[in-house]
Design a protein around this ligand. Structure first.
Ligand SMILES: Cc1cc2nc3c(=O)[nH]c(=O)nc-3n(C[C@H](O)[C@H](O)[C@H](O)COP(=O)(O)OP(=O)(O)OC[C@H]3O[C@@H](n4cnc5c(N)ncnc54)[C@H](O)[C@@H]3O)c2cc1C
Length: 505
């Protein structure tokens, strides 16, 4: 065991995609003015995946850590705002629902709002759940505003995220990191040397013959996983039987339809397509299972459904769904696609990078590389990915669709116990609980379980203490407050024009 408590002086990040530059920016900020040398190696010849354009609200924490000016950030990444995701054709063809970032209604007598709503909805005396969400109502009206300091108003609580151009995002963070002392090295890593004594990575050999040594290596080399897997053979847990989509094709186009503040995910005969609206273009992609759809068919499906002519050639991507057995092994920490990948249905890729970075900060090592810390880092990473995996599986499992072989497979597949437990609990009495600080909370599980058509047999018994007329009155009041609040919000297009309009070339 290593007991060396001297500090890490030298970090090398391999890879300059979103993972590499997010890590570089965070290290530069946290270790600003400290004696930590941070270098990032990337190869233009290898390139980046250049997708990853929709986010979740937690990204604001990352922006705050860096101290970014949000308007400047949106402007330079040609971004827009995101209040949720609409899922079309998932439950059945022709049906759509929204998974919003914010909660529904307001809790009453310490009982979750949805129990009251469930009772009235099942009696046919309440409208759809969407009507009790400020974010759904705003999103469908094309409205956006940041939270306003108004007491007792739903306008005070508007969790939001961003859509942005992935290439511009990496460039933006690169400038940030370089301005704070990170050195970028252009070059392709050709070989990796390990130490005979303990198998730790010692140096990376570039094509030009240069050897780069470091104390700590962050593997941000994407699906290639050059250090954590190709060098250290860490192992991979395959989740493809639960999430069979293993390919995507992405192609941008100019906007023809309205640019509203939400992502659209449309289920196809197998897999699904995304529409991510930016200021200068629409990001489109089709995530599909290679077992059911060929690459050529996927390009055809995407082109047929795009609202305008493509602006670029198809960008084809392949992966194996799952996670690296150990995100941290010896002196290599994998962040980004090298640590594993779950399809982008709920835009969790950049979030996993962000949480990998904050976990690295929490467990930042010294030269001793304490194995107890490393084990805990890996245990936390595993739990986080499994919880996200379960939420994504929910969307496939809970469907009325049986019109294609793909959907029949999904509907009837065995799922992890965590999904079954959540489904059973909700189905029997409408109860939902967030477990172990998981990323997706009660609102998210409710949005998807209800949206995908699960009707509980009962609701919380305390609801019956309130007369129906009183519940109806309260629901009508909440709906009214939401409508009047949304009416005061600006259109997203006007908000962007005023605060963060990108310069178009
Ligand atoms: C289809 C798809 C859609 C997605 N959509 C979303 C989304 O909407 N929201 C979201 O949050 N996430 C999304 N993601 C995830 C997100 O794109 C990634 O998490 C993010 O881009 C990070 O990628 P990366 O930096 O790990 O890898 P990459 O972008 O692949 O970067 C790898 C880097 O390693 C370098 N490299 C590799 N080998 C070498 C070598 N030998 N020498 C030198 N350099 C090397 C490359 O040059 C590159 O700079 C999506 C992913 C996919 C596949």
């Amino acid at each position: 065991m290593h007991t060396d408590s001297s500090p890490i002086n030298d970090v090398v990040i391999l890879g300059g995609g979103s993972a590499g530059w997010m890590t570089a920016a965070a290290l530069a900020k946290v270790f600003e003015n400290k004696a930590l040398k941070v270098r990032l190696i990337e190869s233009q010849a290898v390139g980046t995946v250049s997708v990853g354009e929709a986010t979740i609200p937690q990204i604001s924490r990352f922006n705050k850590l860096l101290g970014l000016d949000e308007n400047d950030f949106v402007k330079h990444t040609k971004g827009t705002f995101k209040l949720g995701i609409e899922f079309a054709n998932w439950r059945q063809k022709g049906h759509a629902y929204m998974h919003p970032f914010g909660s529904y209604g307001t809790n009453m007598d310490a009982i979750q709002f949805h129990h009251y709503w469930l009772k009235m909805f099942q009696l046919g005396k309440a409208p759809e759940l969407d009507k009790f969400s400020l974010l759904c109502t705003a999103a469908y009206s094309g409205k956006f505003n940041r939270p306003q300091p108004i007491k007792n108003s739903p306008l005070a609580d508007i969790p939001y995220a961003f859509h942005f151009d992935a290439t511009l995002y990496a460039e933006y963070l690169r400038k940030f990191a370089e301005a704070r002392g990170v050195t970028r090295i252009e070059g392709k890593v050709q070989d990796v040397f390990t130490r005979n004594s303990n198998g730790f990575v010692d140096a990376l050999l570039l094509e030009n013959g240069e050897r780069i040594h470091a104390d700590l290596f962050i593997d941000c080399s994407g699906f290639r996983a050059l250090l954590i897997e190709k060098t250290l053979n860490t192992g991979y847990e395959d989740w493809g039987h639960w999430l069979p989509c293993d390919r995507a094709v992405a192609m941008p186009c100019e906007a023809k339809n309205k640019v509203y503040p939400y992502t659209i995910s449309t289920a196809q005969d197998a897999g699904w397509t995304w529409r991510i609206p930016l200021q200068h273009r629409i990001g489109n992609g089709y995530v599909y299972p290679s077992e059911f759809v060929s690459d050529d068919e996927a390009v055809d499906v995407l082109k047929q459904q795009m609202e305008n002519t493509p602006l670029a050639e198809p960008n084809q991507l392949r992966w194996k769904t799952g996670r690296r057995e150990k995100a941290w092994h010896k002196n290599v920490v994998a962040i980004g696609l090298s640590a594993g990948f779950i399809e982008p249905l709920e835009s969790t890729g950049l979030h996993l990078i962000q949480s990998g970075i904050s976990r690295l900060m929490a467990f930042f090592p010294n030269q001793g590389f304490n194995q107890i810390d490393i084990d805990e880092f890996n245990a936390q990473s595993k739990l986080e990915m499994e919880q996200i995996r379960d939420f994504i599986i929910l969307h496939y499992k809970l469907t009325d669709r049986e019109d294609t072989e793909f959907w029949r497979y999904c509907k009837h597949m065995d799922v992890p116990q965590g999904v079954t437990d959540k489904l059973n609990l909700y189905a029997s009495n409408g109860r939902i609980f967030r477990k172990d600080n998981e990323l997706f909370d009660e609102t998210s599980w409710l949005a998807v379980m209800h949206g995908q058509g699960l009707q509980p047999q009962a609701y919380h018994p305390i609801v019956d203490n309130l007369p129906e007329s009183e519940i109806s009155r309260r629901l009508a009041h909440i709906q009214k407050v939401i409508e009047t609040s949304v009416a005061t919000m600006p259109m997203q297009a006007d908000f962007i024009d005023k605060h963060c309009k990108a310069t178009m070339m």
